[in-house]
Design a protein. Structure first.
Length: 474
């Protein structure tokens, strides 16, 4: 019998029943629903709405159901629509008509809102552990291959050399921000809607704060209408998840390029690659490619949920049944993506020689040479022009910047039109100083500021990241 059927004289059309049921999706909330129900039963007992014996029998029945759900023994009945009605019906089999008292002072509206917050709390905790695992993989690779020199780019063109460890630590920074956003979303989600009823509040003297404390919530919702219709916490979590997927997708994009033989910076392990059904030569970094693709799906889920919410009046609307599929899928996608990307990063083979050769292309040390001139008193704009002309001369001569001659340096300074620059032409030791600055090691060492790629700064940042991770759980 339908648990809500007293108002109706006819049966529900089978097409409507099929269309409206959600048990295939929301049974994911079963353990959280039981946790909420156990706390609710205790609250009903405190309010004098259940006797001590009734509380004891209901709790025993609910604990038995929890054991069945955890063991996968509970059979779900599609005719009962959703997880809430399935569990209440199963409780009725165990304790008889007493199960009918469970829903006193509670609606499925505040019930599902409570379940979803409990579920999301657990999900965010799992994601935090997975993000830490990904950070550890990045830090581990940076520690192993941190001295490798990577061609840093802007506009996808050679820009300045950076340490590979510095590049990897940039992703650690992104992931730490992801952790912060998820923690912030968890904090705002961690209030209890239980007791808000369908929309107006419970009609009994329930101690909402005591029940919330039992469930580990930091407080209770302040408005019953908002409590049952709010899904901001889902949007915030999805937004944080989507941005985290974007960060993973950026790294995945780089790995796909780096592993292309034309670059040859890294080689993906066979265990994290696939082949082609037609081309015997292929070795594809498919996990990275799929992370890129699944990032698009998560972004779409966020946009879809925002579109779902934008036209809903207060309070609960059945549209909100559609909040769970995108959230559940997004959490699962991010968790799986973090795990597979961590494995891929941990097993990457780095070709330092190929990286170094690429880092030397495109005159990437030119900025360091300009900075060296500035340290000699030349205005930066003049130094920029001088080094630009020196790069053009070196390119025409087929020379790297750290092999330009004294004469070429003197000519560039003399042609600058700046007295300060022209006066430096022929200064003892200047040419050697500029050529040293034009070397990869010299260019790296010059970026000696907090957050810069100078080896001393990167070693300190790497040590700090490792120390922080050693103190993390998971």
């Amino acid at each position: 019998m339908r648990l809500w059927g007293g108002r109706f004289s006819g049966t529900t059309d089978e097409r409507v029943a099929d269309f409206t049921r959600s048990i295939e999706v929301d049974r994911e909330l079963a353990l959280d629903d039981l946790t909420g129900s156990i706390a609710h039963v205790r609250g009903l007992g405190r309010a004098g709405l259940l006797t001590v014996d009734e509380v004891s029998r209901l709790l025993a029945g609910l604990e038995g159901l929890r054991a069945d759900v955890e063991a996968g023994r509970l059979e779900w009945d599609p005719a009962l629509e959703d997880v809430h009605l399935n569990l209440e019906a199963a409780l009725g089999v165990r304790v008889g008509p007493l199960a009918g008292k469970l829903h006193t002072g509670r609606s499925r509206n505040d019930q599902v809102a409570t379940d979803l917050r409990l579920w999301l709390r657990r999900a965010i905790d799992r994601l935090d552990v997975a993000i830490i695992g990904m950070e550890r993989a990045l830090v581990g690779l940076a520690e192993r291959e941190g001295e490798a020199i990577l061609p840093g780019t802007t506009h996808i063109q050679p820009a300045q050399p950076v340490l590979f460890a510095h590049h990897l630590l940039a992703y650690v920074e992104m992931l730490e921000r992801d952790r912060g956003r998820l923690a912030d979303a968890r904090r705002r989600a961690n209030v209890s809607p239980l007791g808000a009823g369908a929309l107006a509040g419970a009609g009994y003297p329930l101690d909402r704060e005591a029940t919330a404390a039992e469930l580990g919530f930091e407080g209770v919702t302040a408005n019953s209408l908002d409590a049952v219709s709010d899904r901001d916490f889902v949007v915030e979590a999805l937004a944080a998840i989507a941005l985290s997927m974007v960060h993973l997708s950026r790294l995945a994009e780089e790995i796909t390029w780096w592993s292309n033989p034309r670059f040859g910076f890294v080689r993906a392990a066979d265990a994290f690659s696939t082949g082609s059904s037609m081309m015997p030569n292929k070795k594809n970094p498919d996990p990275a490619e799929l992370v890129r693709g699944r990032a698009a799906r998560v972004i779409g889920s966020l946009a879809g949920l925002l579109a779902l919410l934008k036209g809903l009046p207060l309070a609960y609307q059945r549209d909100l049944q559609e909040d769970k599929p995108p959230l559940f899928e997004a959490v699962a996608t991010l968790e799986a993506s973090l795990v597979v990307m961590a494995g891929m990063v941990e097993t990457l083979t780095v070709d330092r020689a190929r990286m170094r050769a690429a880092a030397a292309e495109g005159y990437t040390t030119a900025t360091a040479v300009a900075d060296a001139l500035v340290c000699r008193g030349v205005p930066f704009r003049t130094a920029h022009h001088v080094v630009g002309s020196l790069v053009a001369a070196a390119e025409a001569a087929g020379l790297p910047l750290d092999a330009v001659t004294d004469a070429m340096i003197a000519a560039a300074l003399g042609a600058s039109g700046d007295p300060a620059a022209a006066a430096l032409a022929g200064t003892a030791g200047l040419a050697d100083e500029l050529r040293a600055a034009a070397g990869l090691e010299g260019a790296l060492a010059s970026c000696d500021v907090i957050g810069g790629t100078a080896p001393t700064r990167v070693r300190a940042a790497l040590a700090a990241a490792r120390a922080r991770l050693e103190g993390e759980r998971g």
